[in-house]
Design a protein around this ligand. Structure first.
Ligand SMILES: Cc1ncc(COP(=O)(O)O)c(C=O)c1O
Length: 454
């Protein structure tokens, strides 16, 4: 078979990258330093040791271009990596487009998403530091599931604070986490001071990732043997996900192709950063590849937020990070793409977006479900609602290419499958999905609460 006829582009296991790629080494403007939540002075590594192991703190600030992936982590990656890159031939045909559409399928991991790529090294480095218990937040449930499995692999206990609306929408996610031996608690909860306070003030709150993060951190700081793990946003998480884009580059080489456009959905920015950041060095050399981050119109932190210092959580326990934000107390509508309901974006991604290396698009819910269904009916995979945001923009790009008579090469990250998100599809079929858009006024009102720096 000729190389360009391949549908499933597979790398052998020995091609799993041996290093993570650190975009910090190549950024013309480095990300602004994190600030201490109380003193508002630049963070020191010691500020972070109550919740993170030193190796992850080092990765957070490292400017080394390549960081070696430990052998123990690579051995675990071997179960699902390298993940396949598919050529979406039936989708292309349905769109009657001259464009070549590829998708990198991260749903092949045992938990069904890219999140395990970071969960495994995070638990590994915590284990090396003698940590026995990890707390975390989860929105859609994908990150919580990934950390639950990785914790079990290394013999750590795992406590997951799950955003209440997702806990209710996705009951089987809780069972999934419990199957791996984790404890899953709907957030806000009675377990923490911040959870009790929010429940008193807003008993019906759907919860937010910002609240769940506060609860997980409050829990972690109380015990020396407990650390906290974050599933997105931070530099070390984007670093771990860089294996996605590194593999994509090798896979496209196998079919003599190179993308015109690389697309990923964007919650905190880790799967997008994972597929897109390895292309930044090419852009710096003058390559015209476009990198597009896709967010929900219901939570448009990149397209309508402000580039400013903000907390990652509601209680103000986390460091202040300079990022595009809607304000840490922003409560997005309870859209099904729970993993994209985050008020801010990764500082690396935010800086690169600010500097014009990355584009961002916001899409509405009904359009993403239409795209998801066309994708499922042609390619067979039912995508996670989060990933469907990337599909929607890939379709738009392919249709624009058709209109302009240009055969673009389009790659998107299919960050996870939607097998546990079928309620979202059921609601769409029942006509219950709403196109949530927030007004500029609402955004500006919320941004008035941003912390004042210096
Ligand atoms: C399948 C899937 N894709 C994407 C995301 C968004 O996160 P990130 O922006 O860190 O990739 C999530 C988060 O939960 C997810 O579950």
């Amino acid at each position: 078979m000729r190389r360009e006829e391949l549908t499933k582009i597979i790398l052998p296991e020995e091609k799993i990258p041996k290093f993570w790629y650190n975009v910090q080494a190549d950024m013309p403007n480095p990300p602004a330093p994190g600030l201490h939540p109380r003193t508002k002075k630049p963070l020191t590594p010691e500020d972070l040791t109550p919740i993170f192991p030193m190796s992850l703190i080092e990765q957070e600030v490292s400017t080394e271009r390549y960081i070696e992936i430990p052998q123990a982590v690579r051995e675990i990656y071997q179960q699902w990596r390298p993940s396949p890159l598919f050529r979406a031939r039936r989708l292309e045909k349905a769109l009657d487009t001259p464009c070549r559409i590829y998708y990198k399928y991260e749903g092949v991991s045992p938990v069904g998403s890219h999140k395990l790529n970071s969960a495994v090294p995070q638990v590994y480095f915590n284990k090396l530091d003698g940590i026995k218990r990890l707390t975390t937040e989860t929105g859609a449930g994908q990150w919580g599931t990934a950390l639950s499995l990785a914790s079990k692999m290394f013999g750590l206990q795992c406590i997951v604070y799950m955003v209440r609306v997702s806990f209710q929408q996705k009951p089987y996610r809780r069972v999934f986490m419990e199957t791996y031996g984790a404890e899953c608690i709907p957030s806000p909860s009675e377990k923490t001071e911040i959870g009790r306070k929010i429940l008193r003030e807003y008993p019906d709150t759907p919860g937010t990732l910002g609240i769940a993060i506060s609860e997980a951190i409050e829990d972690a700081v109380q015990c020396a043997e407990t650390n906290y793990a974050l599933g997105s946003v931070l530099n070390h998480v984007c670093l771990h996900q860089s294996i996605i884009g590194q593999e994509v580059k090798l896979q496209l080489e196998m079919v003599d192709d190179y993308p015109d456009v690389v697309i990923g959905c964007c919650g905190g920015g880790s799967n997008f950063g994972g597929i897109a950041f390895p292309f930044i060095p090419d852009k710096l050399k003058g390559n015209k590849v476009r990198l597009i981050a896709v967010e929900p119109a219901a939570c448009p932190s990149l397209t309508q937020g402000k580039f400013a210092y903000d907390y990652c959580d509601v209680a103000g326990l986390t460091p202040l990070l300079k990022m595009y934000t809607l304000g840490s107390n922003f409560t997005p509508a309870g859209i099904h793409a729970g993993g994209l309901r985050y008020h801010g974006g990764s500082p690396l991604l935010s800086q690169l977006y600010h500097d014009g290396f990355i584009e961002a698009k916001a899409v509405k819910q009904k359009g993403i479900f239409e795209a998801a269904i066309l994708f499922a009916q042609t390619e067979g995979i039912v995508p996670a609602p989060e990933s469907a945001h990337a599909i929607k923009v890939a379709l738009d790009e392919a249709l624009e290419g058709k209109k302009a008579g240009v055969a673009r090469s389009i790659v998107f990250n299919l960050s996870g499958h939607g097998h546990l998100d079928l309620t979202a599809y059921e609601n769409y079929f029942a006509g219950k999905t709403k196109d949530v858009v927030i007004s500029e006024q609402e955004i500006q009102d919320n941004l008035k609460n941003l912390p004042v720096i210096g």
